[in-house]
Design a protein around this ligand. Structure first.
Ligand SMILES: [Zn+2]
Length: 244
């Protein structure tokens, strides 16, 4: 796998990669952020910003100040500040403008881990939802999305809003932030989903204990992303072993 990421998050990502080495997903090549110092992409990014969750309309005619903001963001590593982007279009943008060199999707399996927020439009609910990943070419993983996309128990929002310290019990059911010590393992499981996406076209599994479980709640994410009772269900474990 070729994993592109921001220098500022290298410790988190490197500790996450130790799990992937242990699980044996083949060679892993860390690579620098592919959009840093590419202010020429400012306008492209401005146009794929979501405007409101309840409309699929995007910011197709950005104001000059919005383009300037995106250019500054790309130059100064301000990812994650303010905007939410359409995830599939984010991936499409990288595919067309950044990964234009001769990349082999299957053997290199490129993944971009970003601090940006990504969302996708839910046709059934007719609204955008934040996501922790977009499984496309390339796969995009959003670090803040891992904390904020899967829903947390209601008590969590109340305690946080009132500035009340979180009980141990609430902590058990949700990631608390980017400094949460469970985050490297959670990220490793999502990278495993990316690996399966490139290998089979399907990143997910219906087994709630398998690391490929598509979690919509934090408690489900934390249950799937631990080594107990296993990292992968029997079928996925066998698939990975066959590939070793
Ligand atoms: Zn599975």
């Amino acid at each position: 796998m070729k994993i592109f990421f921001c220098e500022l998050k290298k410790e988190l990502i490197r500790s996450s990669l130790t799990y992937l080495h242990k699980w044996g997903v083949g060679e892993i090549f860390p690579a620098p952020c592919p959009i840093k110092e590419k202010p020429e992409l400012g306008k492209n990014f401005a146009t794929i910003r979501t405007i409101r969750p309840e409309t699929r309309e995007l910011n197709t005619n950005p104001l000059p100040m919005e383009v300037k903001f995106e250019e500054r963001k790309l130059t100064n590593c301000l990812c994650g500040k303010g905007s939410v982007y359409d995830g599939p279009l984010y991936s499409y943008l990288l595919r067309g403008q950044v990964f234009t060199f001769d990349i082999s999707w299957l053997t290199e399996k490129p993944v971009f881990i970003t601090m940006d927020y990504i969302a996708s439009f839910d046709e059934a609910e007719k609204r955008y939802h934040l996501r922790y990943a977009t499984f496309s070419f390339p796969v995009i993983i959003s670090l803040p999305g891992m904390i904020e996309a899967p829903a947390r128990p209601r008590e969590f929002y109340i305690a946080k809003g009132m500035g009340i310290p979180l009980h141990e019990e609430l902590r058990e059911h949700a990631l608390t932030g980017l400094d949460d010590d469970r985050l490297p393992r959670v990220l490793a499981g999502i990278l495993l989903q990316a690996w399966f996406f490139y290998e089979t076209g399907d990143p997910f599994c219906s087994d709630p204990n398998c690391s490929l479980f598509n979690a919509h709640w934090q408690k489900d994410l934390l249950r799937a992303q631990r080594d107990f009772p296993y990292v992968l269900c029997e079928a996925h474990s066998k698939f990975l072993k066959r590939k070793k």
